[in-house]
Design a protein around this ligand. Sequence first.
Ligand SMILES: Nc1ncnc2c1ncn2[C@@H]1O[C@H](COP(=O)(O)OP(=O)(O)O[C@H]2O[C@H](CO)[C@@H](O)[C@H](O)[C@H]2O)[C@@H](O)[C@H]1O
Length: 652
Amino acid sequence: METLGVPSPLPCKSFLNSTTRTEITLKPGVFRQMGVVSTLWRQKRSNLGSLTFGRSVSGGEKGGFRSSQDGSSTMEDKEEEEGLLLGAKRDDSVSVVGFHLISPSAAGDSQAISTLDKLATDGEEVTEDIEREEKIPTRVTHNIIFVTAEAAPYSKTGGLGDVCGSLPIALAARGHRVMVISPRYLHGGPSDKNFSGTSDVGCGIKVYCFGGAQEVAFFHEYREGVDWVFVDHPSYHRPGNPYGDIYGAFGDNQFRFSLLCHAACEAPLVLPLGGFTYGEKCLFIVNDWHAGLVPVLLAAKYRPYGVYKDARSILVIHNLAHQGVEPAITYKNLGLPPEWYGALEWVFPTWARTHALDTGEAVNPLKGAIVTADRILTVSKGYSWEITTVEGGYGLHELLSSRKSVLNGITNGVDDTEWNPSLDKHIPSHYSIHDLSGKVECKIALQKELGLPIDPDCPLIGFIGRLDYQKGIDIILSATPELMDEDVQFVMLGSGEKQYEDWMRVTESYYKDKFRGWVGFNVPISHRITAGCDILLMPSRFEPCGLNQLYAMRYGTIPVVHSTGGLRDTIENFNPYAQESSGEGTGWTFSPLSRESMLVALKLAIQTYREFKPSWEGLMKRGMERDSSWDNAAVQYEQVFEWAFIDPPYIS
Ligand SMILES: Nc1ncnc2c1ncn2[C@@H]1O[C@H](COP(=O)(O)OP(=O)(O)O[C@H]2O[C@H](CO)[C@@H](O)[C@H](O)[C@H]2O)[C@@H](O)[C@H]1O
């Protein structure tokens, strides 16, 4: 198949005018393209002695691609336009053992440039830093490709968007070269402006699936150290959200996300981002079923032809309940060799079949990823265990158990620039752990905005999330009449199943002074609810990680949660009898998931809020103090990257 080969440079116009070069001009530039170098900047200029300035070195080949040490390739004409840097590669004794070619730069790394300029003229300081450098352990950096159906702020319907909008930035900040690849959704509404900073790479390609050659283009924006790449195709341009519209899920989602996977496999080979492709030795981080075909394609379509032999893939499961299952007959559309059918084969149990002739045969891209990815991650440790059980495995528990040795859980982080009560642009008053006064102002403003009676002493309970089975809306629904007997206010923000949206509207009209139901998806309101409420309720049936409880704690809002998955991992149950500064807790966890146990936990929280103010303040402060940084999570991801590259590819 055409897309199998090492990419042809032909589709990319800029590759055509290669010229012979014998000299490369070295000039200070941006170091983003070679992650290892940006790490060096952060490590306070260690290794800077290795950079050579204002000189020319002999080198260069005649036109065409040339490989740099990490397997990525570059083009001569680009070099000519922008110049190149050499970054020295040193061994443990600081001897130079080779050079990296470093991409020239784009705007944005002016700090690095100025540091470099300064150091270039400051020999003494350089020498000193080289001496210091010996103490800094070398960190391995990777070329990382995130494949995802959503990435905030470009697209977001839930937590997947948050994670894929933040984790890549944290990894780039740690020196990795990171690309995020996702569809360029244009819904014909205000959200289209999210892509206004992107531009066409001018590198359209054809991918082969669904019975023909599908033409896709790539748009790109370099932001916060990350290459944000968007696959463009007419099937991503339609009203609704990334997955569906008012009539339900789009019928061609299998096509749309297969296209994403094919394009994502080509992108590292063909896109000359900043002058360099990512190359074959990269690490694919594939998120949920939408990206599930990537590891299968690597194994079935690329490696047999010698491509991506050194690449690795990690499947990150954010939600096992969604697997992208489609009838078996659609396998032929996926652009995979027929003999790989077994990797995606999925048979529904007899009870789940719809009629007597239904054989239950289907294809399951998430299953395909589970059996081909080099490693598997979930977004909390608790969930990584739950998915190996019958109750939490959604039919995949046996397969997942069989891969236990490469299955880990890493708890999601919080984007501190987006979710920070002392900076948040969506809330009316800022506050911090040192001065909580702004929180009550946020509460009053929220009551005003929602048209609820203004009463700073009335416990205000919030819920934010998709209105579906996972989030335990049915439990909220059954408990609301009893909850409304209390002197409380309750606000819910969410969209999803129509029956629950209707219920929210009806409940609001019934409890006018106590209940507000905001139907829809509204990020600014979600921030104001998180800041203005005293309690955040999360009775999730299962929760792979959960982000709202992390945001709530960051905002001094006390979570009351069902003890499951990531909620159990991140919330410590309040213990009023604990000795000072040990085990006092950060919220309430209840179990089993029932109306009764949820009400008990909520009433305890309400009582504590009313009668034990110092305890409440302690709860708030302990939550606000928690380290939920993405950097913390990124360090753990790096450990998994290391393991992925220690082992040979799982399917070679
Ligand atoms: N109506 C609305 N208006 C505005 N914002 C809204 C909203 N409804 C939800 N959101 C926002 O969407 C995000 C939801 O994130 P969650 O992690 O709680 O759930 P989700 O089930 O989508 O994610 C899945 O993936 C994530 C990421 O790994 C896991 O944490 C989680 O457990 C798993 O189910 C939050 O940022 C929330 O504020």
